[in-house]
Design a protein around this ligand. Structure first.
Ligand SMILES: Cc1cc2nc3c(=O)[nH]c(=O)nc-3n(C[C@H](O)[C@H](O)[C@H](O)COP(=O)(O)OP(=O)(O)OC[C@H]3O[C@@H](n4cnc5c(N)ncnc54)[C@H](O)[C@@H]3O)c2cc1C
Length: 234
């Protein structure tokens, strides 16, 4: 059955970094019940053939009131993200969902390895919150790549989590160069962490250009393709 498309009202907007914004929405007809790691589809009244469908992952787990926290960066000349940047409290946007299967695998019998570049961290942040709420003792390693220090998303929160939770390790990586450099340096960091080590559960999120070479790298380090869970934004 097709998911209901319904209006959602913008409750708040907040700039998290110079180029990343948070939008809190509340669906007006019925709650969207979702699992952390899933996403919703926004139908935007822009582009050559509106509506323009754009997917955004939830950054926070379900709330009792049904609000959805979305976090996105403004893509240069990006039609959808530029429109979202213009939304204000009280505006409405059609939404449907939830969709996707970038959810925690069960059982969690191995260490989790999350790798994200920039806003690829959004679904992973939701998964981290789920793990924290469940007080799970599963060890977690997060490698978060950002283009600059001030674009490290959720940085303070993740540092605090790393201090408070002995099972969580946070490795922020600032790589100002392009995608090729981000891939090369992330793989260089990854190699000693996984090669010859007990197997972990790898989950990687952002654009295909980053996710695919990282998955290939993990396969060279001994992982089966199916063992690497991915979410791609394009
Ligand atoms: C399952 C899923 C979940 C997503 N979750 C999020 C999210 O939580 N936060 C978020 O910011 N975006 C998310 N996206 C991406 C989002 O749907 C849009 O594609 C993005 O905002 C760009 O749309 P646009 O219309 O502004 O750009 P467009 O006009 O469509 O231009 C996109 C161009 O920018 C490139 N590009 C560079 N960086 C990105 C990027 N991060 N995402 C997509 N394309 C990129 C693409 O390769 C493409 O060439 C998700 C996408 C999918 C499929």
């Amino acid at each position: 059955m097709a998911e209901l498309t319904q209006p959602a009202v913008v409750l708040s907007t907040l700039d998290l970094t110079p180029h990343v914004r948070q939008l809190v929405l509340r669906p007006l007809q019925q709650k969207i019940l979702f699992q952390p790691g899933q996403w919703v589809s926004l139908k935007l009244p822009v582009g050559d053939k509106p509506p323009l469908n754009r997917a955004y992952s939830m950054a926070d787990p379900s709330s009792p009131y049904g609000e959805l926290t979305l976090v996105f960066d403004r893509i240069p000349e990006g039609v959808g993200s530029s429109y979202l940047y213009r939304l204000k409290s009280g505006d409405e946007v059609p939404i449907s969902g939830p969709y996707g299967n970038f959810v925690l695998p069960m059982p969690l019998d191995r260490e989790l390895l999350f790798i994200a570049r920039y806003t690829g961290l959004v679904p992973i942040r939701c998964l981290l919150k789920q793990l924290a709420e469940a007080h799970t003792s599963t060890p977690v390693l997060l490698i978060a790549v950002a283009p600059s220090e001030d674009e490290l998303l959720f940085h303070q929160e993740l540092l605090t989590l790393a201090v408070q939770s002995p099972s969580f390790r946070y490795l922020p990586l600032v790589i100002p160069g392009g995608e090729a450099e981000a891939i090369e340096r992330t793989l260089a960091m990854l190699r000693p962490l996984v090669e010859g080590q007990p197997k972990v559960i790898p989950m990687i999120s952002v654009t295909k250009g980053f996710v695919r070479p990282l998955r290939t790298g993990l396969m060279e380090f001994g992982y089966d393709r199916k063992e690497v869970k991915t979410e791609t934004f394009d």
